[in-house]
Write a protein that binds this ligand. Structure first.
Ligand SMILES: CC(C)(COP(=O)(O)OP(=O)(O)OC[C@H]1O[C@@H](n2cnc3c(N)ncnc32)[C@H](O)[C@@H]1OP(=O)(O)O)[C@@H](O)C(=O)NCCC(=O)NCCS
Length: 160
């Protein structure tokens, strides 16, 4: 991986392939209290209604981050997005989401929804950057291993 002025080289943005499930599982486990298994991720990526995007290190094709959405009619929902912890806060998520939203729009979605933990500052900043707006909340939606709960904010962005 090449770093210029402390930032990783621009990612190669590609469709997410089921073969990446083990790398996805590793990155997912670093970002969520209840990680998804390799086989769950493989099934999701392979689902015909799913659309996934990958950010790869252009030097060696190692997965830097991924995002997975589900499409239904003219709506889409982001199921998950995660970036390798060693590469966060360096624009990988921004590049990934920009490419992904364009792909989701090209696939026919007119709007996209997501749920995010009200305390997830990194994700909230990323979604704010792309103009997602809060349209609802689900109280106590996220349960942490320590028993605490947090609300999920439901956010929406038009793609047309
Ligand atoms: C959320 C996540 C995907 C962001 O990826 P990233 O590559 O670190 O994001 P970027 O570097 O592209 O930053 C995007 C914006 O968020 C901001 N940001 C990133 N991390 C932040 C943090 N910890 N706190 C506050 N703002 C943060 C950046 O400053 C940037 O803002 P800007 O565009 O106004 O400059 C990453 O933190 C992650 O994988 N988290 C764990 C999994 C997760 O929580 N996923 C979201 C579930 S809803």
């Amino acid at each position: 991986m090449i770093f210029l002025w402390g930032r990783p080289s621009p990612s190669a943005l590609r469709p997410l392939r089921a073969e990446a499930a083990p790398e996805c599982a590793r990155i997912h486990a670093s970002g969520f209290a209840y990680p998804w298994s390799e086989s769950e991720l493989e099934n999701l990526i392979s689902d015909p209604s799913a659309l996934g995007s990958a950010a790869l290190d252009p030097a060696n094709a190692k997965l830097r981050g991924f995002v997975l959405s589900r499409l239904a009619s003219d709506e889409a929902e982001i199921l998950t997005i995660a970036v390798d912890p060693a590469l966060r806060k360096a624009g990988v998520g921004r590049d990934l989401l920009r490419a992904h939203l364009a792909e989701v729009a090209a696939a026919g979605a007119a709007r996209i929804f997501l749920e995010v933990d009200e305390h997830n500052a990194a994700a909230l900043a990323l979604y704010a950057r792309f103009g997602f707006a809060k349209v609802g909340a689900r109280r106590g939606y996220y349960k942490q291993p320590d028993g605490k709960t947090a609300s999920a904010l439901v956010m929406r962005r038009d793609l047309t």
